[in-house]
Design a binder for this molecule. Structure first.
Ligand SMILES: [Zn+2]
Length: 220
């Protein structure tokens, strides 16, 4: 699926998913535009089917249409997904800005981690050289409140504990709120997507320059 968000979409159209974050947890928080605290735009998770589509597109190892993993059977799925997203965004934004999350925000993250661990198990490859988190099928069948987004939480923990966290950045567009890992050679990436936020800033600078040139009195 191509990255990027079209500027104008019909009201009932869902913007496409974007994969510019550089980590699963970042692509997850980048499923809405964080215009300002509590003000969101371009919501991708409007229905449980949207969440399921994202999980499938992100390659999460859940069978998307199997009844036991059917988000649509869970009326709380969308609310819970958005809540997880907001909690992750709060903590990660602090980290990107170099500020300290408040205790309550860290506590909320720890609650999600407990839930994620309860629904997954660590599995090794045959050689034992590579280990991954996998859905704990026994537990997920036993518990009605399944948690298919557990791997998103694990991704956040791995990022927070890795050296990569030093290159976590917040998009320079203050009305965007997207997060990404700056893996550019010069480590000077400013925008989530150049063709979206970067292009808008460029156009704004151009308009400002043009206005100041026009309003300057002509030299005698
Ligand atoms: Zn942006």
């Amino acid at each position: 699926m191509p990255p990027g968000r079209p500027r104008r979409l019909p009201a009932d159209a869902r913007p496409p998913f974007s994969w510019v974050g550089g980590a699963l947890c970042l692509d997850f928080v980048n499923t809405v535009t964080w215009l300002a605290p509590g003000v969101l735009e371009n919501e991708r998770f409007r229905t449980s089917a949207d969440v399921r589509d994202w999980a499938q597109a992100a390659g999460l190892p859940f069978t998307p249409h199997a009844p036991e993993h059917d988000f649509s059977s869970d009326a709380q799925a969308v609310d819970s997904t958005r809540e997880l997203r907001a909690d992750l965004h709060r903590v990660l934004t602090h980290v990107a800005r170099g500020t300290t999350p408040v205790m309550r925000e860290v506590d909320q993250l720890n609650e999600w981690i407990r839930l994620a661990v309860a629904h997954t198990r660590l599995e090794g490859s045959d050689s034992g050289k590579s280990w991954t988190w996998a859905p704990d099928s026994e537990r997920t069948e036993a518990h009605p409140n399944r948690f298919p987004l557990a791997l998103v939480v694990h991704s956040a923990v791995e990022l927070l504990r890795s050296p990569q966290i030093s290159v976590l950045r917040l998009c320079a567009n203050e009305r965007c709120g997207w997060l990404f890992l700056d893996r550019s050679r010069k480590q000077n990436r400013r925008w989530c997507e150049m063709r979206e936020c970067g292009a808008r800033a460029k156009a704004r600078r151009y308009r400002t320059r043009r206005r100041s040139t026009v309003s300057e009195p002509a030299a005698e």
